[in-house]
Ligand binder design. Structure first.
Ligand SMILES: [Fe+2]
Length: 340
């Protein structure tokens, strides 16, 4: 078993430079000095945050890859069968090596959430293999039955019926509206924020690998609130120090584009852009690394547990895929001990 432990205490002394930077993007109560201390394993994390009044436990679930098809899916089988079949077989639990279907791993984790005193379940995409009505209804019902508050953001598979004509942007818009809305009760699927226990949870859909100017503006507005902020994404943020093997491993990889798209044929989708990342995507990734009150990013996509330091305050927690039984229980706790 590989266990990574690290402890890092930082003081985010908000300098005049950072103050000027934040105010340039929006008004808000910035300038507070936060103390943040991270420690983690592949399935747990504790994040101590200065100023937090009480602990908050978040169960991070990602890449469950559930397919629950019924007769309503028959006409979409040609678009969904590759992914349905790939995740229609039993898969080994990443730790215990016991085998179960992805849907069973997902339900087992939900069943454990109450025993683990989770206050919130955060789902960061690829929860379903395609936007089948039956799968989405199944997921929503299972989540509601936990009695625990939950937040969802899409991955690149949730809205994707393979082989359908149209750009990724257009297909995401169409199938999010047609099928995924029940997973966003009353929220904007592209970006929304929920404040809970003194923490601002900001969800941004980067499942096309890109972040729009509108999403970037939303992020700026939310971080200007000055609260400890947790970002929910599907595709991990790119950092030069932790670049994945492929451009598909992260959001904002400078090599992302037409020439580095290895999967467009097998996934039967639009090939990535010849002009590479949008300027707003690059600006977003840069901004995330400089956000003084960002304390964590929760992401998935690569299916393997990993932690990546993004800044003096923030660590990116990439989750082990739930289709292999993975999850991470993250406890946000008041700071103890060090005051500086
Ligand atoms: Fe996935």
């Amino acid at each position: 078993m590989t266990i990574r432990m690290f402890i890092k205490t930082v003081i985010i002394a908000v300098s005049g430079f950072l103050l000027a930077d934040l105010f340039a993007y929006g008004e808000g109560p910035v300038g507070k000095t936060l103390v943040v201390r991270h420690s983690s394993t592949d399935d747990t994390a504790t994040i101590q945050v200065g100023g937090l009044e009480k602990a908050l436990a978040v169960l991070h679930i990602t890449d469950a890859h559930v397919s629950v098809a019924d007769e309503r899916e028959a006409q979409y089988q040609q678009y969904g069968s590759r992914m349905d079949n790939a995740y229609g077989r039993e898969r080994e639990h990443w730790r215990t090596k016991t085998k179960a279907l992805p849907v069973a791993h997902f339900l087992n984790l939900l069943a454990s959430a109450k025993d683990r005193n989770a206050d919130l379940i955060a789902l960061t995409g690829d929860i379903v293999n395609n936007p089948s009505q039956s799968s989405v209804q199944f997921i929503r019902k299972a989540l509601n039955e936990t009695g625990i508050r939950w937040l969802y953001i899409s991955g690149n598979h949730d809205w994707h019926y393979e082989g359908m004509a149209g750009s990724d942007d257009a297909l995401r818009k169409t199938w999010t509206q047609k099928r995924l809305l029940p997973l966003y009760p009353g929220r904007n699927p592209l970006c929304y924020a929920v404040r809970l226990g003194g923490i601002n949870f900001v969800a941004i859909d980067n499942s096309t690998y890109q972040v729009t100017a509108g999403q970037l503006a939303f992020y700026e507005k939310e971080i200007a609130r000055g609260l400890p902020t947790v970002l929910l994404l599907h595709i991990p943020i790119y950092t030069a120090a932790s670049a994945g093997k492929y451009a598909s491993d992260s959001c904002g990889d400078p090599s992302w584009g037409w020439d580095t798209d290895r999967s467009y044929e097998i996934e039967r989708r639009e090939r990535w852009s010849k002009s590479g990342n949008l300027p707003s995507t690059t600006a977003f990734v840069d901004r995330v690394g400089k956000t003084g009150n960002l304390i964590a990013v929760l992401a998935g996509h690569t299916h393997k547990a990993r932690t990546v330091k993004l800044s003096d305050s923030a660590v990116q927690y990439i989750g082990q895929a739930t289709c292999n039984g993975g999850s991470r229980l993250i406890t946000f706790a008041p700071c103890t001990g060090d005051k500086n």
